[in-house]
Design a binder for this molecule. Structure first.
Ligand SMILES: [Zn+2]
Length: 111
């Protein structure tokens, strides 16, 4: 992946150089430098990933049976296929658990 800030820094330096060339009336060199900058920016844009890769959701929690928060028995069971992204924006995941003892159900953070 391209280090965007170093590309931008180098482009900024050459834009200053471009301004100097324009001021000096060296149109040919200025044009060449402008073309070079355009190429560099275009290639940086192409290499930039469309979006940051999202963390893939775990299929199941590490412990699929845990202590129930209501009846405290170890029967709070992970419900297959209920893994979803947490709504708090933390990027974490949670899954639905169902207690086979007291019937309590709730979402629980996993992985
Ligand atoms: Zn329970």
């Amino acid at each position: 992946m391209v280090d965007t800030s170093s590309v931008l820094k180098s482009v900024r330096e050459r834009i200053a150089e471009l301004a100097r060339l324009a001021e000096a009336g060296d149109a040919e060199a200025a044009k060449k430098l402008a073309a070079e900058l355009t190429r560099e920016i275009e290639s940086a844009l192409e290499e930039k990933p469309a979006a940051a890769p999202k963390r893939s959701a775990p299929k199941a929690p590490r412990d699929d049976v845990v202590k129930c928060p209501r009846c405290t028995l170890r029967s709070f069971t992970f419900q297959k296929g209920t893994v979803r992204e947490m709504e708090d924006g933390s990027g974490g995941f949670e899954a639905r658990f169902h207690c086979t003892s007291c019937g309590h159900e709730d979402w629980r953070g996993i992985g």
